[in-house]
Design a protein around this ligand. Sequence first.
Ligand code: ZN
Length: 430
Amino acid sequence: MNTTRSSTSREETLESISTELSDRMLDPLAVDAAARAGVEGPLGVVWDGWSLGSGLAGIALFQLARASRCGDDELLSTAFDHLRHAVRINNASPSGALGLMSGASGLAVVLNECARQEARFRPSARRMHDRIVDATLETSWDFAVTGVPVPSVDVISGIAGLARYFATTPWGGARTRVALDHVVHYLSWLVSRDVPVTRTFFNDPETYLPGSIDARQFPHGHVELGAAHGLAGMLHALAESARSGRTSIDVSEAMSRLLDVVHGPQSLDSGKSVVFLVPSEDGDTRPDERAPGRLGWCRGAIGLWLAVRDAAHVLDDDGLGREAEHALNASAHALATERSDDPFLCHGVGAALAVAVGDGARSSATADAALATIADLRLPALPFLFAPPAAGTGPRDVDPSFLSGAAGVGAAAELALGSPIDWTTPLGMT
Ligand SMILES: [Zn+2]
């Protein structure tokens, strides 16, 4: 096999996808208007205008990744322009949310990356960080609580995302450590008390349920096991906190308890099938071979096993680490042999492309498989190149967002092309 030729064609495909997306996302006002039109449309694009996951901060991160790789000063200004609009929209309708994808800590991630490139962003990046620290320390966690909704503790909008931010932010001073301890203390307490994890964390039947799962299976609600919306993300956040050396709290017991839940029947199948929902009452896990998004990061094998691999590393458990590696290889194989209609980061193959970067021997095959799917799903007639999954009928909405839209695909392509902006570490896609 001619590897030089195949890697050249891979780079050409990545470059053409990133170029097209970048060219279509130059004007923040136009991107914002198009996304808002999508929110009104039948497929309900998720867009708040400013956040990392669902706003212009995510477009800024993609353009920044591209501008940094290409050394393109004009595009760097475009990235900053997107960020300024994101901050403006956030200031106009302030949100108290602190989460990574839907709150202030995600915006801070992008501000910090921009500040690395351009010193004049440092004061506002510092202010944003201080604001997040203050808001965190002012929060009195409820230690009498019997159950907490998973979105308040997950990576997307909850405190697992906040822990990731404090563990990875460049502002790593004493107050950051205190804030991280504050979050980790509560997260560990929630996990470690003498109540089944499946009764501590819950979602309404309607919340975060993929369409093909019958909500009637979960009359009392369900628990998410995935890396983005669920317990694996909490596990990953605790592992990252421990690894950062910034927390004084021993998280090993909490990690072991989370491992017991997320690392149940999956081990039987080395990541090929993923159990991602647990009924919140009986704790009986339900594997689903046909689960949507199981090739993805959010609820899929990749995110879950990345979390387990990190936990194994922190807990010094070589056997578990080997199992996670084996499962990640199986995930890569599944990616090469199965189809997905979702190119995006959260539920699609976009995360596989991002994760593949620098991931050793399997990276090349994984990247090729993910990229082949992404290239197949490209629809040049659409404003942002990709349709949301299952958009085959009716008017097509467009989604430029980072988490579940085109900007994330662009950012993954940029990573694969060698962009120096590492956005995967704060987000837990590494
Ligand atoms: Zn998701």
